[in-house]
Each structure stands twice: as C-alpha cells, then as structure tokens.
Design a protein around this ligand. Structure first.
Ligand SMILES: [Zn+2]
Length: 352
C-alpha cells in the first residue's frame, strides 16, 4: 500500500464525530510536529499548521465526520475504498486531510510557504470555521479540499443559507365530542406548506421543509405543529423575497383561526469567484499541467463560505469521494493520487 493510502486508512479508523475530534487531532499533531512543523490549536480545537516560511496560501479540510462513524472498517477492493456498510467511510473530509498531510511530509525538508487549517464541527453548521479569529489566517487566499470527486472540479461559488422554524398554534379539543371547538394546527400547517416554494426554485435557489412535528393523539385536535426548513440562494435579494413570503404566509394560519411564530437565522453567506484573478490563475495552472478544469457551483455550504465571508478568496477543489453522508460512501485510490498531483502542482506554482 502506498503511504497516502495507508495514512488515509489510519485516519478513517479513528472516530471523529463533530465535537469529538480530539483523537484524530492528536494523531495529526504528532505526525506534523515530527516533520518539523509548528501547530497551534484555538479554543474550539481548530488546528493551524505552519513552517518557518510566511504563508502565501492556505489549505483547509475538516476533521469531523457525520455519523454513524464509530468503528469504521475500511475495505479496499481494487481501486475502491469503502466502509463495511455499517458506518459512513469518512472520505468526507479525511481524503482532504490525507492529501494535505502527504504534501506536508513530502516537503518537510524544504517546506512550502503555506498554512494548513484543519477545522472542527464543520458538519453541524461550520461551527469551527465560524469561530476562527481573522488574525489566525496568515495567507491571502486558499483552498478548501472538501468537494468530493472527480479531480478537476473547481467549485467557484456557493449559496447563502437561511434556516427557519415555523410554529403553528391551533386550539385543542376532543375530536369526537367537540370538533367545532378546535382549531387544527396540522391542517393549518398543511395549507401554509402548500403556499411555500419548495425544491429547486430557480437555478440559483433551493428550498426545503425538512422536519414536521406535532400532534398528540388521534382523538385530540392538534394545537401545535412545528415546521423546520431552509432556503438557499446565490441571489441574496431573492432569498429575502422568499423570507418575506414566508412571513406573509402566517396570514393563511390566522385566517383559519390559528397563530404563528416564525424564527429564521442566516447560517452563512454566498460567494462567487467566477471573475476573480485567483480563479483565472488556478485554471491556467491546471490547463498547462494537463488537468481538465470543470468550474461549477455548489448547492451546499462549506468552510469556504466562511473564509470568503471574511474576505479571503477560497476555492474548493474536487478530490476523491462519492456518496458522502451515507454508508455507501467510497473513494478511489487512483483519484486520491491524481488529487494529490493536482494540489501539489497548483500549490507549488502559486507559491513560487
Ligand atoms: Zn465535508
């Protein structure tokens, strides 16, 4: 087995759900300090790795994985690494970490002028990245290696996201004896939902109702329902129009005799590096080194949203990994190696 694969397997075997990244962090720290790099951890557990050279760019990956991730048993079948089906694999984002560590080890005698940022709690709302103090980031731009395959994908933008919670209150009553005394919150919630744009709303915008809960028994008219959903868009104006529509939808409930309470929260902000000098440079480097760049937008958020929000242009580069967040997750060894070749090429050229 080659070193990069071997190291990835060791990382995959260490359980690291969000908030419990300490063990994987300890192992990473031991390796990189052994190669002569300096490591700083902030209060929440984000790890910052540097050499004695002033960083010209940074590389980022996250150390946590989604669950189930206890006792991951990586299985190698030819070119494929997968779990045994009982857990996720954790290629998201340990392939990113393995690629970065390989780069650090290969250049330990003459370190590249880069900073490495391994974050915690990415999967539960970019919590680690949001906690990073701006002055901890020492480079003017960087890459987040958290985009799955195939190698060549360059993610140039992602949406803003709002999550929302809608509480719908009715009036409880005995369903058989006094139905006319009740106001059915489930019925009102259903009417409200049919008024909301859901799914792929336009090419920049998506919406979802993801959770519905309420009701107590078949013989009680339900007096409380909670809906939880989200809107994402690369068009912020449109996003605010959707939130306005969401607020106005309360009239549907009120007309039916119910009450509402709506809360929403911005999770992260959009970015779009389509016209940036940084992207142009990266595309040129890729083309002149035999890579086939494929620029795309991502529908999800990542640590890159937070870095871009801080004014630090950050692109995501595709490495290996498919079917993330499921027990079918897998990665391809040949693609991991190709991903490594891409990262090394781009980093060397951008920092020379
Ligand atoms: Zn990820």
């Amino acid at each position: 087995m080659e070193r990069i694969t071997e190291r990835l397997i060791s990382l995959l075997k260490v359980s690291s759900p969000a908030g419990k990244e300490q063990e994987v962090a300890r192992i990473i720290r031991e390796w990189v300090e052994g190669w002569g790099y300096s490591v700083i951890e902030d209060d929440i557990g984000n790890m910052f790795i540097t050499s004695d050279k002033t960083p010209k760019l940074f590389l980022n990956a996250h150390m946590d994985t989604v669950v189930p991730c206890d006792n991951v048993n990586p299985i190698i079948e030819g070119d494929i690494i997968r779990s045994d089906g009982k857990t996720i694999l954790g290629a998201d984002d340990k392939v990113g970490i393995a690629v970065i560590l390989e780069l650090l080890e290969n250049h330990k005698d003459n370190p590249l002028p880069i900073q490495v940022i391994f974050t915690v709690q990415e999967e539960i709302g970019l919590v680690g990245a949001k906690a990073i103090k701006r002055d901890m980031i020492k480079a003017p731009y960087g890459f987040t290696l958290d985009a799955g395959g195939p190698v060549g994908n360059v993610i140039i933008g992602a949406p803003s996201q709002f999550t929302w919670t809608y509480k719908i209150y009715g009036v409880a009553a005995h369903a058989g004896a006094y139905p006319e005394k009740g106001v059915n919150a489930i019925l009102l919630a259903s009417k409200l939902i049919t008024h909301l744009p859901i799914g792929r709303i336009n090419d920049m915008t998506t919406g979802n109702v993801g959770v519905i809960s309420g009701g107590r028994a078949t013989n009680i008219i339900p007096d409380e329902v909670e809906l939880r959903g989200e809107y994402r868009s690369r068009d912020e104006g449109y996003l605010y129009a959707l939130l306005n529509n969401l607020e106005k939808a309360s009239s549907i409930v009120e007309e039916g005799g119910g009450k509402t309470r709506l809360e929403y929260r911005k999770e992260y902000t959009r970015f779009d590096l389509k016209d940036s000098e940084f992207l142009k440079k990266v595309i040129d480097i890729m083309k002149s080194n035999g890579f086939n760049p494929n620029t795309i937008y991502m529908g999800g958020g990542s640590d890159a949203n937070i870095f871009n929000e801080q004014g630090i242009p950050t692109l995501l580069l595709g490495i290996s990994g498919s079917e993330a967040h499921s027990t079918r997750e897998y990665a391809r060894i040949s693609e991991i190696k190709e991903g490594y070749r891409l990262i090394e090429t781009v980093v060397k050229r951008l920092t020379e």
